[in-house]
Design a binder for this molecule. Structure first.
Ligand code: PNS
Length: 162
């Protein structure tokens, strides 16, 4: 069975992420959505929260699993016996960063291929950091994140203010 990994920070998961997950899940027998536990950053949501949000959002997709990883992505790929990494590409601005990451991963693990999936037009402008900023200033984030995630973001914003 073909298998791929879709890694990311997902802090928080957006509808853009979900769109890539839904489309990629049609291309592979098994898609593992992998939440990176970045010890160098303080995310809005813990790794467990992000995994749980993604599990909820992907509950309708039978061939999608959600896990977390720490350390190098290529080590996680090797441990899972997976040779395909899926990444989403939005604007040209993503390209430089993604291009360098893909090449570094290629250098570290020549057997692993990074496959880019172009964002759907309606999510071109969408990012986790913009969603957090809009929520922080009280703007509407309906339709930008899975509905189960919406309230969690506002709760976290309110908790930060106290
Ligand atoms: O959603 P993001 O923040 O664009 O995802 C980036 C992520 C988590 C996929 C990437 O930073 C990653 O895999 N980090 C794990 C550590 C690693 O392998 N670093 C070398 C990449 S060249």
């Amino acid at each position: 069975m073909s298998q791929a990994i879709y890694p990311g920070s997902f802090d928080p998961p957006t509808c853009g992420h979900l769109d890539i997950i839904e489309r990629a899940s049609k291309c592979f027998g098994l898609l593992k959505v992998a939440v990176f536990e970045n010890v160098q950053k303080t995310p809005m949501f813990t790794t467990e929260e992000r995994v749980s949000m993604l599990k909820d959002a992907c509950a309708h997709l039978a061939n999608v699993r959600v896990e977390s990883y720490s350390g190098l992505l290529i080590d996680y790929c090797r441990a899972n016996n997976t040779k395909i990494v899926v990444k989403g590409l939005r604007a040209v601005s993503d390209f430089d960063y993604e291009f360098k990451m893909a090449l570094m991963n290629k250098k570290l693990a020549p057997e692993v291929e990074t496959v880019f999936m172009i964002t759907s037009l309606k999510y071109l402008y969408l990012s986790s950091s913009l969603v957090k900023e809009v929520a922080y200033y009280g703007g509407c984030i309906k339709g930008l994140v899975p509905s189960s995630v919406e309230n969690m973001i506002f709760d976290r914003v309110r908790a930060k203010e106290q």
